[in-house]
Design a protein around this ligand. Structure first.
Ligand code: MN
Length: 253
């Protein structure tokens, strides 16, 4: 393979330390192009900006700050900023885990998802914060490097993308997991502004994971790195047959 060309984005923004830790760790693998949001875009999921133009500010060769979402960054970079198709798209390293239901909100995962939709192998990388909010990107960067090397040499089986989550403490090893789930509930805090009108703030309290035996939550709770293969197609396979039954009056299908 010629020298690999790797596109990196994130959702914590261009100045986030996790982005720089990832870029530094990966730089030995080949040429890196960074296209990252100019500000925090966490929780933006797979949003694509359609109602206004996007601007890409070139900070230095192959380094771009973009006034858009992670999805905008990958989309724009692949079509306009890259002089050839990247061999790999990486998104992260996110400040905080992206496991279970959080994956659906994650701008970090969406950045990798956009790569997968564009038929480029992709991986999202997130790392846990300590109980005191402290964070260390070194271990996550090291696992990202190992996996990136493997993806570049072997590709990803069946397309799709990887969701890599790394614990705060030194890991016990790696587990290949499924996306887990939690007993989800809506949590919006209500307060009053100085004029007495209510305002709301979406809370992100930790909710109890269901703890599926091969789920991502449990792997991390046990001190392991979690690697989950994801795919962009949202079809719920097991619902196809019963749903077809709703419309299947004739006995044909
Ligand atoms: Mn984030």
């Amino acid at each position: 393979m010629s020298r690999p060309f790797i596109l990196i984005t994130n959702d914590d923004g261009f100045d986030a330390p996790g982005l720089h830790a990832l870029t530094e760790a990966i730089s030995s693998l080949g040429r890196i192009l960074v296209a990252a949001p100019d500000r925090e875009q966490s929780g933006m999921s797979h949003a694509l900006t359609l109602e206004r133009p996007l601007r890409a500010h070139q900070v230095s060769p192959d380094r771009f700050r973009i006034d858009g979402t992670p999805t905008d960054c990958v989309h724009l970079a692949v079509d306009r900023l890259c002089d050839r198709l990247p061999d790999l798209v990486l998104s992260g390293i996110n400040r905080g885990l992206n496991v279970g239901d959080d994956i659906t909100y994650s701008g970090t995962v969406a950045g990798a998802l956009e790569g997968a939709l564009l038929h480029i192998p992709a991986m999202a990388i997130s790392t846990a914060t300590g109980g005191d909010g402290s964070i260390d990107y070194v271990q996550a960067a090291d696992y990202a490097l190992q996996l990136a090397q493997r993806i570049l040499s072997d590709g990803l089986p069946g397309g799709g993308l990887l969701n890599l989550n790394v614990p705060r403490e030194p890991a016990q090893g790696v587990r290949v997991t499924r996306q887990g789930s939690r007993d989800y509930r809506a949590t919006a805090i209500e307060r009053k502004d100085p004029t007495g009108r209510p305002y709301y703030w979406i809370d992100t309290i930790d909710m109890t994971p269901k703890g599926e035996p091969d789920g991502d939550h449990l792997a991390l709770a046990d001190g392991y790195v979690s690697v989950t293969p994801l795919h962009p197609n949202l079809t719920h396979e097991t619902s196809l047959a019963p749903l077809r039954g709703w419309f299947d009056d004739s006995g044909e299908n």
